[in-house]
Design a protein around this ligand. Structure first.
Ligand code: PLP
Length: 198
């Protein structure tokens, strides 16, 4: 059994380096060699995957106790990728206090993409319930908001969301998995900006 503070010392195991180095090397290659034509290799091109990034992704998934992790070059790129699972005509409920970059991404980009968005005070379950529409697909919020530190209960919101078949997407940047692990409380997707507390 490992406690949180030492969780990444041995797990997830990082055996895949050729030197025995005890930290994961930074692989700078863009392209990886096929030993023969059509060989099944782990990585062929670094945009789709590379050993360094995979190590970080596995470690973040372990810290958040999730099934998979995906790293992007910025928090905004991660949020963009998560919201790109929705399609034209879908409706999202979004916390009425969210990071400015996320607000602009939603209103300047995802509205043009065809999403409709309703801002709600996610601390108020009846306000959430009243804002749900037939085409609502998800609720997106920061459990502790940037910058005003308003606190929303992930377990209460995700319980309600599941009743209506909505995904719960949480930006956990302000607490980090050390203080809060949203997936264990019922969230479906957790996002971080790695420039803050992570
Ligand atoms: C900083 C921040 C982001 C954006 O992350 P970048 O890595 O700067 O793109 C997203 N959400 C929250 C809550 C943040 O504080």
């Amino acid at each position: 059994m490992t406690e949180f503070n030492t969780k990444l010392v041995h797990q997830p195991a990082q055996h895949d380096n050729n030197t025995g180095a005890v930290t994961v090397p930074i692989y700078k290659a863009t392209t990886f060699k096929y030993p023969e034509v059509c060989a099944q290799i782990k990585d062929d091109y670094s945009r789709s995957g590379n050993p360094t990034r995979r190590a970080v992704e596995e470690q973040l998934a372990a810290l958040e106790e999730g099934d998979y992790g995906f790293c992007f070059s910025s928090g905004m790129a991660a949020i963009h990728a998560a919201l790109a699972i929705f399609k034209k005509g879908d409706h999202l409920l979004v916390g009425n206090q969210i990071y400015g970059g996320t607000f602009r991404l939603l209103h300047e980009f995802f509205k043009r993409w065809g999403l409709t968005i309703t801002a709600v005070d996610t601390r108020d379950l009846s306000a959430i319930e009243q804002a749900i529409q037939p085409n609502t697909k998800a609720i997106y919020f920061e459990p502790v908001t940037n910058p005003l530190l308003k606190v929303t209960s992930i377990s209460q919101v995700s319980q309600l969301a599941h009743q209506y078949n909505l995904l719960t997407i949480v930006d956990n940047t302000f607490l980090s998995p050390y203080l809060l692990r949203p997936l264990n409380l019922g969230a479906d997707i957790v996002i971080h900006s790695a420039t803050k507390y992570l």
